[in-house]
Structure formats: C-alpha cells, structure tokens
Ligand binder design. Structure first.
Ligand code: UD1
Length: 431
C-alpha cells in the first residue's frame, strides 16, 4: 500500500532544487547505443522510468556504471541483441526510443509496443511512418514492433501529420547514422527535443533546426563518446510552481531554465501570483486571492499537457470559473473524480473542463491514476484542510525524484508510508 500521507494547509516556503529532465534523459539513454565509445550522462534524474531504461540497456549487453546517483557511464560495445523485452520495459512509454536507436545503429530492432500512462490512445504511427521512409520494414507482431532495414537506412524527407515529441526524437535517433540527408517537417519543439539533438551533436551528429518546425540531419558514418549534462526538468519545476501557488507559499525553484517555464509563469501571473525570474531560478509567491483564467494545452511553446492536472488544481481554488481545454491527450481528466472527493467543483465535457473555484479543499483518500494526475493530487492534498492520502504512488515515482523529501524541505507535512501502522503513526504525529 505505498502511499503519500499528508496534512495540508501549510504554505510551502523555502528553496527546492530541480533535477534533470526525465523526458530528455529517456531519449538520451537510448541515444547512448549509437556509439561504441563511453557515453557519460550527468544530471540524470533517479526515477523509475530512467532506471527501467538503464536496466533494459544492461539486458542487451551494454555496460552501465552508475558513477554516482545522477551520473551514469554507458558503453554499448558488447551489445549482442536487438530485442528488448521485459515486463518493466513494456510499461514505459519511452521504450519506443530503443526502436530508433537500435535501428539506427544495427539496422534491426524488436521492441514491445510501448506502455506509459493511460492518458489517451497514444498511437505510434508517425514513428513507424518515419522508419519506413528511412527504408526500414516495420511490422507489428505478437505485441512487438519489428523493424529491419536490410540494406541500411537512407535519408528521407518526412512530414509528420501530428506534432509528436516521441516521433521527432525517435526519427532523429534513427537518422543520425543514415546515409545522406533527412529532413523532418512539422516536428515538436519541446526543450527536450533540443536537448536530445544537442546530445547527439556532442557525439558528432549533424542535426540542425531542433527547436524549430523543421529538423535537418546530415547522416554521419560514426558517432563518438561524450560527456553530457541533461537539462533541468520543465515539468518538475512547473509542478513546484503550482504547489507554491496552491498553498499560497513562497518558493524559490533552483536549477531551472526560466524560458522553458514561460507558459506556466504566464498563467500563474494571470491568476495573481507574483513571479520573479533569475538566470537559473524562479520564485513563486502565491496570492491569497487566486483569479480564474483559461488554459489550453498545446505543443511547446504552448502550455504543456503534462502540467494540465497541476494547474487545474490551482484553478480549482480560484475565485471564479476557468475553462481548461486539453488538446493533446483525450483522456487526461480522470483525476477530476478524485479531486471531487476533496471538494472541487469541475465538470468535464469531452476535452474541456469547466472549473468552478472553491474556497478550499478538504482531505480525502484518493488514487494517483497516472504520473501527473498523481502529482496534482499531492498538490491538492498540501492545500487541503486535514489529512489526505494519495494511493498508488508508484505512478508518481516514475517521474519525480524524492518528491516527498523535497516537499518536506519546503515545510510540507508529508510522508511516504507503506503500511497502515506507519500511516497511523503519521496521523498521531500531526494531530
Ligand atoms: C511525450 C512525453 C509525455 C508528454 C507528451 C506531450 C515522453 C516519454 N513522454 O509523450 O510526457 O505528455 O510527449 O508533450 O517524452 N500521436 C499520434 N501518432 C504518433 C505519435 C503521437 O497520433 O505516432 C499523437 C498522440 O496521440 C498525441 C499527440 O500526437 O495526441 C502528441 O503525442 P506525443 O508528443 O508523441 O507524446 P509522447 O511522445 O507519447
């Protein structure tokens, strides 16, 4: 029964250090397969999805040495299999990056269809379209993607029908070693796309245009080793920004790139919070009188879908009605029923939620449901009166390192417990 138990009502105050970007690191770990030299990755978050990716690398023969908690050295010289499969890798979304990387290096890959959070249908047709355009055969058999390019991969002109983070990174991974020039149009522009491109370029790849609508790649024959530090996690930072606003706290969030947080800052400002931006930090001072506003999720630089549940919790405490439109994943409002147990007033119609702000939440027992929904419910619990338990925190631990410890350091009364006895102890302690 792993759960977070918390007593809300304490404004968060102090400083928090943000870790490396999970979604960039996932692409980067797969990218380490593209060379036989040592690849050192720094600022790696110590979270479940990352550790599953590293385990999968070991299973196919790569050498993976943890130099310290946030630094890993990978060497792929002895990789002896292009087939990745275990019960854990099936559960994570980013397993699909192994298709691009294995195909790029060995021209063959067998990887199970990706899992990940159940937030929508999440097809990978655009990834497959890209691999096929590069000259690979791709078929889905027994739940696995089987890809093979018998005569190697050749550069191509690829237009993505939907803006996809995963497809953009995956096609980059496959094409950096392909023969000739690849042009990918209508690509995603998220900071982690740029980070994966910078990482691959630091290995000798020739990728131009990452961060714009069109990426141009000139294939090279070989990539070399590198020592690369992952960018800070935009979503972890945004989550703490929302936690500061929801609890009416005052939090300095360090090791961030404020530019990546602009869409989140803009919304929190519209709601009446105070924000100070520094070179590598951002301070959020929550207002007692939150104003409502509307939010629409969009590909970067729009408001991130991965922040939709967290900002919705803040909006649910505002003085008035807000409208949230989810335009990336159709099934991302499941947390609304959980939040209702805490007294929120939200109606969902298709991909739109109408949030009537309430004066405050009251503690309840709720289920995390998915990674970001889980984080949002923790924020709600910290803002609520009384005790909240958030169950199934394995979802949250997929993407947040030491979430409860970072919150404790900001004054939150929260603990991770795994038995009813420990939960009782916590209740006694805070009563
Ligand atoms: C990644 C992130 C996830 C984030 C999402 C959007 C990782 C591991 N996950 O997910 O946290 O919420 O970006 O920022 O980095 N689509 C297709 N066909 C495809 C691919 C995508 O139709 O082949 C659609 C999806 O259903 C969705 C939209 O495109 O509606 C965007 O998805 P995408 O950007 O690919 O998300 P993921 O890579 O799955």
């Amino acid at each position: 029964m792993d759960q977070f138990i918390m007593k809300g009502g304490v404004p968060l105050r102090g400083e928090v250090m943000i870790g490396g970007a999970k979604n960039a690191a996932l692409g980067i770990i797969a990218g380490a397969l593209l060379t036989d030299d040592d690849v050192i990755i720094e600022n790696l978050p110590d979270v479940r999805d990352i550790n599953v990716m590293l385990e999968a690398l070991k299973e196919i023969g790569a050498k993976v040495d943890r130099e310290n908690r946030h630094t890993v050295r990978i060497n792929a010289t002895n990789v002896d299999s292009v087939s990745i499969d275990d019960e854990y890798i099936r559960k994570i979304r980013a397993s699909y990056y192994f298709i691009g990387a294995l195909l790029g290096k060995y021209h063959r890959a067998m990887v199970p269809l990706p899992g990940g959070c159940a937030i929508g249908s999440r097809p990978i047709d655009q990834h497959i379209k890209g691999f096929r355009a590069l000259g690979s055969g791709v078929q889905i058999k027994n739940g696995c993607v089987q890809a093979e390019a018998k005569t190697g991969l050749k550069g191509a002109h690829i237009y993505l029908d939907v803006v996809s983070v995963g497809a953009t990174i995956n096609i980059m991974l496959a094409s950096v070693l392909a023969e000739g020039r690849t042009i990918i149009e209508n690509v995603a522009k998220e900071p982690h796309i740029v980070d994966v491109a910078n990482f691959l370029n630091s290995m000798g790849a020739n990728i131009k245009g990452a961060g714009t609508d069109t990426i141009r790649i000139r294939g090279v024959q070989k990539l070399h080793g590198t020592d690369y530090a992952v960018i800070p996690d935009q979503i972890e930072a945004g989550t703490f920004m929302c936690a500061a606003a929801a609890t009416r706290g005052d939090v300095l969030i360090k090791n961030v790139i404020p530019k990546h947080l602009e869409s989140i800052s803009a919304k929190l400002l519209e709601m009446g919070n105070t924000i100070y931006e520094y070179d590598e930090a951002i301070r959020v001072i929550g207002t007692a009188e939150l104003r409502p506003t509307d939010v629409k999720t969009l590909p970067y630089p729009g408001f991130p879908t991965d922040m939709q549940p967290q900002i919705s919790v803040v909006l649910a405490l505002a003085n008035g009605t807000s409208v949230v439109t989810e335009s990336i994943f159709e099934n991302r409002f499941k947390y609304v029923d959980e939040l209702a147990r805490m007294g929120s007033n939200i109606k969902v119609e298709g991909n739109v939620s109408v949030i009537d702000g309430v004066h405050g939440f009251t503690g309840a027992s709720v289920n995390a449901l998915d990674l970001r929904a889980g984080a949002a419910l923790v924020i709600a619990g910290l803002a609520a009166e009384g005790i909240t338990t958030v169950n199934e925190i394995g979802f949250i631990q997929r993407g947040y390192e030491h979430f409860e410890k970072k919150l404790q350091a900001l004054g939150a009364q929260i603990e991770a417990v795994s038995s009813e006895r420990d939960a009782q102890k916590f209740r006694l302690k805070v009563s």
